[in-house]
Design a protein around this ligand. Sequence first.
Ligand SMILES: [Zn+2]
Length: 381
Amino acid sequence: MRAGSAGRADQPDAGEAPEGVGSDLFGELARMVAALSEVQGLRSFTLPYPGLAQRALDHTVMRCLEAGESPPRSLPELWEWCRTRPSDDSLFAVPSSLVSPGTTLVHRVGRMPTRSCLEVASHGPGGGVAAHARALLGDLHARSGTEERYRQCRAFLARHPVVQQQDRFAPGWNRAVWSRVKNLYGPLPEFLLVDGDFLYCPSCRLPALPRDSAVPVPGPSGTGAEVWCEGEDCPRDAPPRLIREPDQAWILQRSLRWYLVLPHRTDEAAREALERAEVAYETLPGLLPAYRLWDTGPRIVDIQVYDRLQPALLAAHLTDNTPLADRTLVVVPDALAGRDGYRQAFTDALPALLRDRLVLTTPMDLVPDLGQARREEKDDA
Ligand SMILES: [Zn+2]
């Protein structure tokens, strides 16, 4: 894993990994965790391991030998490492300008890939989970025929990470939309079931697991009532809900849960803010929801919405896919932008030329920031 042209790698201290070696290993492990966690029943934990897991294990062993540490002896042990060793561990020494210190690839409670893991995996070769989501949406876009039909399908996916048999008989069920999107759903995987039931979080509507239902890996397993949900950084304002007949339910592919369902709440909040303030806008064609404001004079002002935990990786993504508008407001959830260092890390990771063109904001700040942007446009004109 390398910083984009924008990233400024910190110099490692004496005794730490040579620059880039540990970061590359961290990126490789992120891709491994993301891929293996999709394998039903975790059969990949038995020998022989899948090629990508064996290579990641070999590379970790080599890195440990270089660093004079005792290496993991098996894939379950490596998985446990990914749960306990953070990005700033001396073995990885990922610069804080790329990944926030303390980031682990496997979640402490859920023992599933962290959101940061999927973000790191998407930053590397092949584009990871994000590239997978884009490919699925690109295909849906092509099959939908018209932009309007595609938007209907996309809105359905964002609102329905899980579909139950009974939903299909509820009022308002759109059979045409379902027939276009149902290939993006699959059976609930066994590793998301707890004693045969499926749990989901009512706040993010994504899968949830209590701590005790950990996947079969070694390591201490607490008895607390802690719960993990795929939204991870989630208000979780109510206990998880149960689906007792999981064979009568379908779940949206994970890449789309992460890419489309997670930012959906922020997207809705941003649109509500615009509508309350009677700001005129149009939805832009394209795979993800994005908006262009009206009445901005000769300058083009767009809005894009993201829910990403790693600000430098978001900046790198936007640098690689530079928005064409004169100014783009990049909306992230209020709670994220309020985190220590989030805004700074985002700005620091952008090339100087883009810093004026990209404004990081939140649904709450969107309308005030828009007013500010308009005043600046007028002053420049
Ligand atoms: Zn949640």
